[in-house]
Ligand binder design. Sequence first.
Ligand SMILES: [Zn+2]
Length: 87
Amino acid sequence: MKSNFIPTCGEHNQPKQWQMTTFEYVEEGISVRVPNIYGWVCPENGEASFTPETVDELILTVRDLLEIAKRAKSRRAHPTEFIVTVS
Ligand SMILES: [Zn+2]
């Protein structure tokens, strides 16, 4: 959900832009990426920040996927990247 408040990047001192980007969560060397998510993106380096609503919506699924990925990692199997899509 977009609010009227436009956050500023503290590092580059520029207003962030509301646009689609990739939500990424990294834990213990495993990253879960969710493309096509709206967030505030710095025009300088593309660093994204997400609203608490967006994080709340995604984090439970991301945590479930992390558990699955940890089991896959423990099997030491190739490949190292899996793409999961739901309609
Ligand atoms: Zn920045």
